[in-house]
Design a binder for this molecule. Structure first.
Ligand SMILES: [Zn+2]
Length: 96
């Protein structure tokens, strides 16, 4: 008898933000995705193992992990952030 088990990560879009990317310096859409890793038994998701959030710039493709608290702030107040760095909690980058 075989037991088939493993894990799978499912992504769900929770917000779409317009932010200034700190990598490519463009105002672009940044989808915020919730990634849930689940234990599977016979390819059926059974038990959630971990949940992370990821912010991706559609202009340059840079993805960065977002802490849960910051992700909840982004979901609750999507218009309060203008830069991806501020949304991620990084200190502002000085401009020359
Ligand atoms: Zn970018």
């Amino acid at each position: 008898m075989f037991i088939v088990f493993g894990w799978r990560t499912a992504a769900r879009r929770v917000a779409m933000l317009s932010l200034l990317c700190h990598v490519c310096r463009q105002q672009a859409a940044h989808p915020l995705d919730k990634l849930t890793k689940k234990f599977t038994l016979f390819f059926i998701p059974v038990l959630p193992l971990s949940t992370t959030y990821q912010l991706t710039c559609v202009a340059c493709g840079t993805s960065q992990p977002v802490m849960k608290d910051a992700a909840e702030q982004l979901i609750a107040h999507p218009d309060s952030f203008t830069t991806a760095a501020a949304a991620l909690g990084d200190p502002p980058v000085p401009t020359v």
